[in-house]
Ligand binder design. Structure first.
Ligand code: NDP
Length: 310
C-alpha cells in the first residue's frame, strides 16, 4: 500500500482542526477517530467559550460541525484506534486495531487526555446532570448555587477559585490533611471566604435523581458521615494523557504528556507532531487544542515540503 502523506490520530478539536488545515494543503489526511469519536466535548453539554458561537453550542454539535468541515475538504475518516506505532522513520508505521499496518510520511498525534474519575456509580449516572470534570466549561450553569469540588492539586484549587466567583459557596473535598497544590494556589483557596475546605474527606456518594442535590461525605479520621447540599459536583483529581501507544518512541514528561519543542508542535522524531491535550497539561481548552491542531498541520506541511514529498 502506498504511503500516506499525513495520518492524524484523534478526533477532538485538535485532530479535526489539523485535518481541516492538512486537507486544504493537499496533504490528503487520513484521520483515526479513536475509541471516543469527538473526544471530551462529546460528554459536555453547552460550550459557551468557543469563539464564534455567541449563543453557545452543544459539545456534540460543535464536534459534528468540525468533522463536517474536515470532510468537506477531503479528509478520510476511520472509526478505529491506532494501537501501535514504529516511529523510526523516515516512513512511520502505524498499526490499526483491526491489524492493518499503514505507512505515512507524517503523523499528527491529537489523542487528547481523559479526566480521571472517582469511579462511583452515582458519578456516572449524574454525569452532565451536575457532575462535571470542567469548571470553566460548566461552572456558569451553577451561578448563585452551592457546589462541591473534589481534589487537592492545582486543578482542584484553580477550579474552586474559579467557581468561587460564580457560586454562592464552594465545598472543596480533600482526601488528606494537606493539599498537593502549589503554595500560592493553596493560599488563594484558603483566603477565599466562600470556599470551605473539608480535610480528610472522601466522597461516599453523590445524591440526586435527575440532577445533583447533595454529596454524602465521610471524614476518614473520625468516620463521621455528613451530607452537604450542592447542585454540582466537580471532579478535579487529574487527567491522564492518552499517550500510551507512543511510550518508548517519543519524549514525555513524568506524567506521560508528550513533549513538544517550545513554540512548535514538533516532537523529538522527524515527521511526528503533537497537538491538543496530549501535550498540554495547563490550558486544556477546546480553542487552545484547535489552535495547536492548526500549528501541527502547518508544521507537518512544512516538513513534507522541505522533504520533497509534497
Ligand atoms: P494532581 O495529580 O497534581 O493532583 C490530583 C489531586 O487529586 C491530588 O490532591 C490527589 O490527592 C487527588 N486525588 C486523586 N485521586 C483521588 C481520589 N480518588 N479521590 C480524592 N482525591 C483524589 O492533578 P492536577 O490535575 O491538579 O494537576 C496536574 C499537573 O498539572 C500538576 O503538575 C499541576 O501542578 C499542573 N497544573 C498546573 C496548573 C497551573 O500551573 N496553572 C493548573 C492545573 C494543573 P493526593 O494528594 O491524596 O494524592
Amino acid at each position: 500500500m502506498e504511503a500516506k502523506h499525513c495520518i492524524i490520530i484523534g478526533s477532538g478539536p485538535a485532530g479535526y482542526t489539523a485535518a481541516i488545515y492538512a486537507a486544504r494543503a493537499n496533504m490528503n489526511p487520513l484521520l483515526f477517530t479513536g475509541a471516543e469519536p469527538g473526544g471530551q466535548l462529546m460528554i459536555t453539554t453547552e460550550v459557551e467559550n468557543f469563539p464564534g458561537y455567541p449563543k453557545g453550542v452543544h459539545g456534540p454539535v460543535l464536534m459534528e460541525d468540525l468533522q463536517k468541515q474536515a470532510e468537506r475538504f477531503g479528509t478520510e475518516i476511520r472509526y478505529e484506534r491506532i494501537t501501535g506505532v514504529d516511529l523510526n522513520g523516515p516512513l512511520h508505521k502505524l498499526w490499526t486495531e483491526s491489524g492493518e499496518i499503514l505507512h505515512t510520511h507524517s503523523v499528527i498525534i491529537a489523542t487528547g487526555a481523559s479526566a480521571k474519575w472517582l469511579g462511583l456509580e452515582s458519578e456516572k449516572r449524574l454525569l452532565n446532570k451536575g457532575v462535571s470534570a470542567c469548571a470553566v466549561c460548566d461552572g456558569f450553569f451553577f451561578k448563585g448555587m452551592d457546589v462541591a469540588v473534589v481534589g487537592g492539586g492545582d486543578t482542584a484549587a484553580e477550579e474552586a477559585s474559579y467557581l468561587s466567583k460564580l457560586c454562592t459557596k464552594v465545598h472543596l473535598l480533600v482526601r488528606k490533611d494537606y493539599m498537593r497544590a502549589s503554595k500560592i494556589m493553596q493560599e488563594r483557596v484558603q483566603n477565599t471566604p466562600n470556599i470551605t475546605i473539608h480535610w480528610n474527606t472522601e466522597t461516599v456518594e453523590i445524591k440526586g435523581d435527575q440532577e445533583v442535590d447533595a454529596v454524602h461525605i465521610n471524614n476518614v479520621l473520625t468516620n463521621e458521615k455528613s451530607t452537604i447540599p450542592v447542585k454540582a459536583f466537580f471532579v478535579a483529581i487529574g487527567h491522564s494523557p492518552n499517550s500510551q501507544p507512543f511510550n518508548g518512541w517519543l519524549d514525555m514528561d513524568e506524567q506521560m504528556y508528550l513533549k513538544t519543542i517550545a513554540g512548535t508542535s514538533r516532537t523529538n522524531r522527524d515527521g511526528v507532531f503533537a497537538c491538543g491535550d496530549v501535550q498540554d497539561r495547563v490550558y486544556r481548552q477546546a480553542v487552545t487544542a484547535a489552535g495547536s491542531g492548526c500549528m501541527a498541520a502547518l508544521d507537518a506541511e512544512r516538513y513534507l515540503t522541505a522533504s520533497g514529498i509534497l
